[in-house]
Design a protein around this ligand. Structure first.
Ligand code: ADP
Length: 886
């Protein structure tokens, strides 16, 4: 027992020396399995300190009744003890004792007679933990505030080899930059970014862990889907078993770098592709710092081509050795000046030495501190073009000067209120100057209104002003310029050209005068047309879709036409002809107009216009340009007279015929009593003749003579009336034969008178042989009869072919002349002698009846011929007969 006590004491002392509180809770059993409370069976010193009570007092307490424990906690403690007692499972908890202001951690476990609870003061530890957490939060905040990404990756080993990393920390920037999802912490790197499997990056992480040597790389990142993005600089640092990975986004910088690279590539290619020669040099200085030469650093293809050497030879070469003449020419000095002063140089130079030939636009710019860039542009061609342009502008000037059009360029003159008050001449050509008897140079620079003094009054200046002010951009107008010694019509075209005005004009005075003359002539023509009694109009064709003329329109209509139609001339112009002449198509006029228009054929004809009128027209159609000119005269009155006349002639013919009938009958009947007179007179004279005196006998003679003359008269009249009555029987008749017969009949007389008759070649004509015989008998017997008493008659019969216009047609005739050398007659009697009983000579001198030539005329008429006589007293007569030549 002593040893047990001692051991118990030892344990108690041991427990009391412990800083932890040790309390034994013993169950209070009411029955076998019902525990109503726990009593505190033991507590050590530390417990008395924690519970702030005497050990003895504490050991007399039960859990549910003690005042040492907070009411809320009593039940919790009871249940915990009960659970440990009943299950045998230890219970561990941490709690805060607010009375002591301390943190405890307690372990309750079952012993043989109760539940032993060991509590440890953790206040210091908890406070340290809090401090640590505070520090960690601060650290996280600091890291999160950083723009750089930071991750802590814990190495995962497998068989002492790093195979993967676990993400243990990641700052905000890292989440964002690495595009990690918020739940990535705790996951392995290969879980988050599977594409890193076997990658160089992963190997590099491993290397850092294994060697401890920090690494730095420039890389793009990939997202979970393996898509590449951005550029980053990643630094890896070993920290224990971790790798601290920090990274910064250099995408912008990278892009800029790429851009710069691109640009420099671009510049390079521009440099090379440029058609301008470019080269860069660096100054070569002597010991005194003076520039003595240039060294060619870079030269482009264009320039090496220009100077004909390869870039390999040129680059690095001495400038002066490449261009030895540059020093003498001053080029070198000007480059030196560029380098020393920093002033750029640009000039056009003509080279004809070293390696260049032609015009070059040279520019030199200082480069860096000691360099120069020189560009060469070959301007030879553009120089030549410029020369050509200059030449062509000279040529243009010539054109302007020699132009018949007046050309001037004027620029506005403004007053202080910015109003245009005049224009000055900038360009004036010869045509303008000639108006003032001046040279263009005399007018240049002068003011328009001082030269054209009338231009304000006549509105010309106002027009120019309008255009110069931009109210209109262009204007064409006609102006009658009178003044300054000019009286001319000008056709002006004014255009705005920048600030200036380009004025061109044509002197249209001759044209204007011609127009006026034409207008007057037209007026005159119009009055002539309108004064003409003849109707005149022109027709313009109206063509249908098939191209056929279907009607005409009046184009010009004179007053006479208008009066006929009963419509004003101006109303008729443009109207369809068919409206006013509805019958002109059926009555054929339309076709005639059409023929004149289409075939340019003239027509003249008489036309009886019946539709609504009863008029006779003589219509004349003439093609007139694009129209048909129709003139017509109304001869209705004449025509009606003619009709009347024709019927009168017919009447007359009838009465003539009955008269001739009567004459014939009368002459015939008269012969009988005449014969009786003759017979009885003869018998009386013979019977009583001897008883009668000479005087009385002569009376008988006179009676007989008178009777025989009467008989002759009657017989001639009979012949005359017979010819009038008889219808000639036309047949081919040889005039030669007829005349030969007549001469036979007249043979005695011819012989007596010692006459000579010559006959030319005579034709055969269509005629009545008996009547023709009569005709020539009468003419030839007259020729013999009316001869001079002392000169034997000479008669000539001749014939020739002639033509004569009858009824507007030309016809052929035989012209037969019978000429004698007889007594002739006064020409004034030439027509009279053809009338019945008309005689020019006394009966005693030349016996006759005065019927012979009347019969001749009748025969000629019945043969559709013509006759006329020409007489010259004491010289002779010619009778000319015309017979139609069939
Ligand atoms: P006649 O001879 O019977 O008198 P004509 O009728 O033959 O009648 O002639 C009319 C007139 O014409 C003649 O009286 C004569 O005065 C004139 N005459 C005719 N033939 C000639 C002629 N050959 N020379 C001159 N006068 C002529």
């Amino acid at each position: 027992m002593q040893s047990v006590l001692r051991e118990e004491l030892l344990i108690s002392e041991l427990f009391d020396a412990l800083p932890e509180s040790v309390i034994l809770f013993q169950p209070v059993l009411v029955s076998d399995n019902e525990i109503t409370d726990f009593t505190i069976g033991y507590c050590n010193n530390a417990s008395s300190t924690f519970l702030r009570a005497d050990k003895d007092f504490i050991m007399s307490q039960t859990v549910l009744t003690t005042s040492l424990i907070d009411n809320d906690y009593k039940n919790i403690l009871f249940k915990q003890c009960l659970q440990v007692w009943q299950t045998g499972k230890a219970h561990e908890e941490s709690f805060y004792n607010k009375f002591l202001g301390k943190h405890f951690s307690t372990l309750r476990s079952k012993t043989i007679d109760g539940v032993i609870s060991v509590s440890r003061d953790r206040t210091q530890f908890v406070d340290a933990e809090k401090e640590r957490q505070k520090q960690a939060a601060l650290f996280t905040n600091i890291l999160d505030a950083s723009a750089d990404g930071l991750m802590i990756l814990e190495a995962i080993y497998q068989d002492s080899e790093v195979v993967n990393f676990r993400l243990t920390h990641c700052n905000k920037a890292a989440f964002k930059l690495a595009k990690f999802s918020p739940n990535s912490i705790g996951k392995t790197l290969l879980e988050i970014l599977p594409h890193l499997e076997g990658s160089e990056q992963l190997a590099l992480h491993k290397k850092v862990v294994e060697t401890g040597i920090p690494e730095r790389i420039e890389t793009t990142f990939r997202n979970e889907n393996g898509e590449e993005y951005g550029w980053f600089i990643v630094s890896l640092l070993k920290m224990g078993d971790n790798v601290v990975s920090t990274f910064i986004d250099i995408s912008n910088k990278k892009q800029n770098e790429l851009k710069i690279e691109e640009q420099s590539n671009l510049l390079g290619s521009i440099f090379e592709a440029s058609i301008n020669g470019i080269y860069a040099c660096e100054a070569v200085r002597n010991g005194h710092g003076e520039i003595v030469d240039l060294q060619v650093l870079k030269i482009n293809k264009a320039f090496t081509r220009m100077i004909g050497i390869t870039p390999e030879v040129a680059e690095g070469a001495s400038y002066l050795s490449l261009f030895p003449s540059a020093k003498k020419a001053g080029t070198f000095a000007s480059y030196v000046h560029v380098i020393e002063s920093g002033e750029s140089l640009r000039k056009e130079v003509y080279y004809n030495d070293d390696r260049l030939n032609g015009w070059f636009d040279v520019s030199a710019v200082k480069r860096g501190d000691n360099g120069i860039v020189i560009t060469f542009t070959n301007t030879t061609e553009s120089k030549q073009n410029k020369q050509k342009i200059e030449e062509s502008s000279l040529y243009l000037q010539d054109v302007i000067d020699s132009s018949q059009t007046g050309i001037l360029l004027v620029s506005p003159v403004k007053n202080t209120k910015d109003e245009i008050v005049d224009f000055t001449f900038k360009t004036v050509n010869q045509t303008v100057a000639t108006f003032f008897n001046k040279q263009p140079a005399d007018l240049l620079g002068r003011q328009h209104n001082e030269v054209f003094t009338e231009s304000v009054a006549n509105g010309m200046f106002e027009s120019y002003k309008e255009i110069a002010e931009g109210k209109v951009t262009e204007k064409r107008f006609e102006s009658h310029y009178v003044g300054d010694g000019i009286d001319a019509w000008l056709d002006l075209l004014v255009k705005k050209r920048n600030e200036d005005l380009l004025i061109t004009f044509l002197d249209v005075t001759p044209l204007k005068k011609l127009q006026e003359e034409i207008a007057t002539a037209a007026k005159k023509l119009n009055s002539v047309l309108n004064a003409a009694s003849a109707g005149m109009f022109t027709l313009h064709p109206v063509v249908n879709d098939e191209g056929e003329i279907e009607d005409f329109r009046f184009a010009i209509v004179n007053q006479a036409v208008a009066t006929y139609i009963g419509e004003k001339a101006e109303n008729l112009v443009g109207s369809l002809a068919s409206v006013y002449f509805p019958a002109y198509k059926p009555n054929g006029l339309f076709d005639i107009y059409k023929d004149t228009y289409l075939n340019k054929k003239e027509h003249q004809f008489d036309f009886h216009y019946e539709d609504g009128y009863d008029v006779y027209f003589n219509i004349h159609t003439v093609p007139a340009g694009n129209e048909v000119l129709v003139t017509f005269t109304d001869h209705t009155v004449l025509k009606k007279l003619q009709v009347q006349l024709e019927s009168s002639i017919e009447e007359l013919k009838k009465s003539n015929a009955s008269l001739e009938e009567f004459a014939y009958a009368a002459s015939h009947d008269l012969q009988e009593p005449l014969r009786k007179i003759n017979y009885f007179s003869e018998r009386l004279r013979k019977g009583i003749g001897q008883a009668l005196s000479t005087e009385e006998n002569k009376m008988f003679e006179r009676i007989e003579n008178a009777a025989s003359r009467m008989s002759q008269l009657i017989s001639d009249l009979l012949t005359y009336s017979q010819i009038s009555r008889d219808i000639p029987t036309f047949q081919n008749t040889s005039l030669e034969k007829v005349i030969q017969q007549v001469l036979n009949d007249l043979e005695t007389t011819i012989t007596l008178k010692k006459a000579s008759v010559t006959i030319g070649t005579l034709p055969e004509i269509k005629g009545d042989p008996i009547q023709l015989h009569q005709l020539f008998q009468n003419l030839l017997s007259n020729g013999l009869k009316y001869s001079k008493s002392d000169v034997p008659p000479v008669i000539a019969i001749a014939c020739k072919n002639v033509s004569k216009v009858i009824d507007r047609t030309t016809k052929g005739f035989y012209e037969i002349t019978v000429t004698d050398n007889g007594i002739g007659f006064e020409q004034e009697n030439a027509e009279r002698i053809f009338k019945v009983f008309q005689r020019l000579h006394g009966q005693s001198e030349f016996p006759g009846t005065g019927v012979g030539l009347a019969i001749v005329q009748k025969v000629v008429e019945s043969h559709n011929g013509f006759i006329h006589a020409e007489g010259r007293p004491a010289i002779g007569s010619t009778f000319t007969v015309l017979f139609p030549a069939t």
